[in-house]
Design a protein around this ligand. Structure first.
Ligand code: TXE
Length: 498
């Protein structure tokens, strides 16, 4: 058994956790709390405040003050801002075990994934954006028309930080998705109020503590804990928020978009996915393809926005590929996240397990064949077998709706046209993977797939320099990369006439 770090033991001993506003912990205006449950054993790890509108107001006021013209943060040179972000990256690395253990306790995922995806991913993102503070630039422009009276001119654009940013994040990668938003927003010179998911709020508080240790001025990075209906809604509706950056369900994304528009607040939305993995009859390697497709759906218990939850397999190799993927799934060991030999941990919550199980029942009812798994494990904790269906009917609910669990459906296809028609027949368009050794075929697929991210011969992996976001109802805007930092800037057009 892994021993908890001293830092984490001390943090958890507090049991009741407050908001992090203006550089310090501040109690909530109300008494309501949310219990944070360990999905591996259903025990309460701690309680956080359920942020009320007044708490949100306080956090936004702190962020607004920190953003004021001439504030410490605004006066700071891009180089110094970058140094703070870099120090935060280093601190995340120094405390990566504490962060990873925290994420595993509140989310349930395997510790090795918390280490690499959450702690490691967040450190990489902060380090990457530390380098961007000094590279934000406008353009000089030659205007299309001459100036009146034959005068000369000099026209240019500058990118300015947009203001106070509300970052609303989900529970599946609580620290790394927070970093995808907080790091570029701070790099651009904005200030931030982060609202973590009610399922996984504790790791966000640890991140805020480290930000202060890194030298972040007070009020630049705040965390308000709470739910969506009260806390998230108050944050989205706040008139002093200039941008809401959200990752979560398409359903909630639409609500956020509508609310934000009341104040003409900008939004970027990274929403659900129902991503296809398309396996042609000429894969580079059958074994690697089966492992890759399985990793694409079963990593993080399938609770990944880019999860490849529909696998389209060319008819000639359908049985072989499906059998290979099933073998991979059936060898997976299900256990708690601290078990170093586990391949699959628990799902995040009781409610989420029930939702995923109800999709499995719908799949059976609509006539999909259950190839493997499908059972929840009746112990303490929210465990579910990796589950594989097979179906020729692309319209079935389990093929059209995001399940967000370890559930894969295999669908046969005839040729490239058939694969494209089926893969694109979805209201989502986040990601896709293509498995073939034929580069011309891969390029044709890349051109025509309606997806924001396409990987060939690999499951989708994020990288700080590779933009991520969706077509269709999978979202608006892109995160990461250069576009990720420009998300948090607004353009000023200038013309000097002389
Ligand atoms: O998401 P929500 P939930 C999908 C996945 C999952 C489903 C539901 O299919 O099964 O969403 O998960 C906050 N105003 N994804 O309920 O509701 C909420 O408190 C402002 C895909 O967890 O979208 C949390 O912080 N905020 C996804 C965040 O929104 C509100 C990752 C996400 O919650 C709000 C997670 C409101 N009205 C789930 N309502 C992905 N794209 O990776 C809720 N929130």
């Amino acid at each position: 058994m892994v021993e908890l770090t001293d830092k984490l033991t001390k943090f958890l001993a507090k049991k009741n956790h407050n908001h992090f506003i203006n550089g310090i912990y501040q109690p909530s205006i109300g008494d309501d709390q949310i219990a944070v449950i360990n999905p591996a054993n259903e025990e309460i790890i701690g309680k956080v405040a359920l942020g009320q509108k007044e708490d949100v107001d306080r956090a936004v006021a702190a962020a607004k003050k920190a953003f004021q013209y001439n504030s410490l943060w605004r006066r700071m040179s891009p180089d110094d801002r970058g140094k703070i972000l870099y120090s935060l990256a280093e601190l995340i690395t120094d405390h990566s075990e504490t962060i990873a253990q925290m994420v595993t306790l509140e989310n349930g995922k395997l510790l090795k994934d918390s280490r690499s995806s959450d702690a490691g991913g967040a450190a990489n993102t902060f380090r990457y954006y530390a380098g961007w503070t000094t590279k934000i630039e406008g353009e000089t422009l030659d205007l299309s028309q001459p100036q009146k009276g034959g005068k000369q001119n000099f026209a240019f654009t500058r990118r300015e930080p947009i203001g106070v940013v509300a970052a609303i994040v989900p529970w599946n990668f609580p620290v790394s998705i927070a970093a995808w938003k907080v790091a570029p927003a701070l790099a651009a010179g904005c200030t931030v109020v982060l609202k973590p998911s009610e399922e996984t709020p504790l790791s966000a508080l640890l991140l805020a503590e480290l930000a202060m240790e890194a030298g972040m001025p007070e009020g630049v990075f705040n965390v308000v804990t709470g739910d969506g209906r009260t806390t998230g809604a108050a944050l989205t509706a706040h008139p002093d928020i200039k941008k809401v950056t959200f990752t979560g369900s398409t359903y909630t994304g639409k609500i956020i978009g509508k609310t934000a528009m009341e104040n003409v607040t900008g939004v970027s939305l990274e929403l659900g996915g129902k991503s296809p993995a398309i396996v042609f009859d000429d894969p580079v390697d059958f074994g690697a393809t089966a492992n890759g497709v399985a990793a694409g759906i079963f990593r993080n218990q399938g609770q990944v926005c880019v999860a490849g939850s529909r696998v389209y397999i060319q008819k000639k190799v359908f049985d072989k590929v499906l059998t290979d993927i099933t073998h991979v799934a059936e060898k997976m060991k299900i256990s708690h996240g601290f078990d170093g030999t586990a391949d699959l941990g628990p799902l995040v919550s009781k409610g989420h397990l029930a939702k995923v199980c109800s999709y499995i029942e719908t799949g059976k009812r609509e006539g999909a064949s259950l190839v493997s798994g499908g059972q929840s494990i009746k112990n303490k904790g929210y465990y579910l077998q990796p589950t594989i269906f097979s179906s020729p009917d692309n319209q079935q609910t389990i093929i059209q709706e995001e399940i967000f669990g370890p559930v894969l459906t295999a669908i046969p296809f005839d040729d490239m046209e058939d694969a494209l028609q089926k893969a694109n027949d979805s209201k989502m368009g986040l990601a896709a993977t293509v498995w073939t050794k034929n580069i011309s075929k891969a390029m044709a697929m890349i051109n025509r797939l309606e997806a924001g991210v396409v990987y060939v011969n690999s499951p989708v992996r994020s990288d700080p320099n590779l933009p991520l976001g969706g077509y269709k109802q999978s979202g608006i805007g892109r995160e990461l990369g250069k576009v990720g930092v420009y998300n948090y800037t607004t353009l000023k057009s200038v013309n000097i006439v002389f």
